[in-house]
Design a protein around this ligand. Structure first.
Ligand code: SF4
Length: 436
């Protein structure tokens, strides 16, 4: 690497794989790099350093991340040695030294727990010292959007038997209120009109902090401080839907009447094998309690099809539950057998084709049950946060009942991007809505 550089700041390109939590981590790394004087660019081909922020939650995600690493490694500047490749995030956290032995193309590996040091790692790889020459660079992808993800904790203590997250991200740790408030303020100052609070397990926020605060307090405090901003809670485990939280949601108009509650299954024996609580009856009671407290609530869940030992009867129980249409949005994933998890060694693993088929049957049942739930909104009023314009000039945005990136959009006839526009839902097409 040439250490005699011109006065321009070295440029770093971040390529983000995986979920919204990784997007937040990439945005934090971009900030740290800019603070250290690097230029952050979206142009991988001309960058001096490329960071692939990987995901390895499941095998399919690991494979996608490996493809992205090889693609970055084959860029001419990396190939000829004038740019460095750095692998960050979940893969180094999950595979450690084994990864370094396999991926010799990379100059450095930065697990999630060491991402705060990213500027030092990049400087070391480029053989330069900090701070570098100048501060600059284009905003990273995602900045300037009408919504922003803000992470309120990391890690997880639940150890669901199929899940790699506790091994990748470590034990649950809440971020302090001051840090969250600062992140929220920064995102609002950059134009976000909606803050999406995320974590592996949002409902546990505060349990490990000394001051007795909980998620209900956090959401209430943030919503009061920023009355013109929407707040949305994602990834709330069933136990997190406390009466206090539901009261805050009912009382504050700027807290979206929306909950994403991952159930994963409803059969009691399967849930116990997953190391999770509850059953179909408990979940029905939970939904009833939520709907009584927040009558206009929209509910999303995620489910796993083909967990080891799932019998035809247990699958039918899940299918019947989905067909009841208790949720407006349902994400379905075939079980992914992950090395290092307890479920990896369970007997009666189900073959890949059967898992894929069960997942598709569940998705079809969800579409059939959810479409009518969405159509119930026709004729009702909604506020839409305008987010963009289609090629034909059609404006679109999202109502409170639509989370970013997963639940479809609402088409509207007018409104500046970033504006809240009142409308009446005139029509729906499965998950999309049309506002008048
Ligand atoms: S609660 Fe979520 S992140 Fe935590 S172990 Fe279970 S599936 Fe994984």
């Amino acid at each position: 690497m040439d250490t005699t550089r011109d006065s321009a700041a070295p440029s770093v390109c971040l390529i983000t794989m995986g979920c919204a939590k990784n997007e937040v981590d990439s945005a934090a790394m971009a900030r740290r790099l800019r603070e250290a004087g690097f230029s952050v660019t979206e142009e991988a081909s001309s960058a001096d350093a490329i960071i692939v922020n990987t995901c390895s939650f499941i095998q399919a995600a690991t494979e996608e991340s490996i493809d992205a690493i090889f693609e970055a490694a084959s860029l001419p500047k990396v190939d000829e040695g004038s740019a460095v490749l750095i692998v960050a995030g979940c893969m180094p956290a999950r595979y450690g030294d084994d990864l370094a032995a396999e991926l010799t193309e990379a100059s450095a590996f930065v697990p999630c727990s060491r991402e705060d040091d990213i500027a030092e790692v990049v400087a070391r790889a480029l053989r330069i010292s900090l701070p570098v020459a100048a501060v600059g660079g284009e905003p990273a992808e995602g900045e300037g959007r009408t919504f922003a993800y803000v992470k309120i904790s990391d890690g997880c203590d639940r150890f669901c038997s199929y899940c790699t997250i506790p091994y990748i991200r470590g034990r649950y740790h809440s971020f302090p209120y001051e840090q969250i408030a600062e992140d929220v303020e920064r995102e609002i100052a950059s134009g976000a009109r909606e803050i999406v609070l995320i974590a592996q397990d949002t409902g546990r926020w505060g349990a490990d902090l000394p001051d007795g605060r909980d998620l209900a307090w956090l959401v209430d405090t943030l919503a009061e401080a920023h009355p013109d901003t929407w707040f949305r809670i994602m990834y709330l485990q069933p136990e997190g839907a406390t009466d206090e939280l539901l009261s805050v949601m009912a009382a504050r108009e700027n807290v979206c009447s929306y909950l994403d509650i991952p159930l994963q299954h409803v059969s009691k024996p399967i849930l116990r094998a997953m190391n999770r609580r509850g059953d179909a009856a408990a979940f029905r009671a939970l939904i009833e309690r939520i709907e009584a407290a927040v009558p206009d609530i929209t509910l999303r869940t995620t489910l796993i099809a083909g967990f080891p030992g799932e019998t035809d009867e247990q699958f039918e129980e899940l299918l019947d539950f989905v067909s009841e249409g208790l949720f407006h949005y349902v994400g379905v994933f075939p079980y992914s057998r992950e090395e290092g998890t307890a479920a990896f060694d369970l007997p009666n693993q189900i073959d890949e084709d059967e898992k894929a088929e069960r997942a598709q049957v569940l998705r079809d049942a969800a579409d059939a049950a959810c479409g009518p739930r969405i159509a119930e909104r026709i004729g009702k009023g909604a506020i839409v946060l305008v987010e963009g314009t289609e090629e034909d000039g059609q404006r679109f945005g999202r109502a409170q009942c639509q989370a970013p990136e997963v639940d479809g959009v609402t088409y509207v006839s007018r409104g500046e991007i970033g504006a809240f526009v009142p409308c009446t839902i005139a029509d729906t097409l499965l998950y999309e809505m049309e506002g008048e």
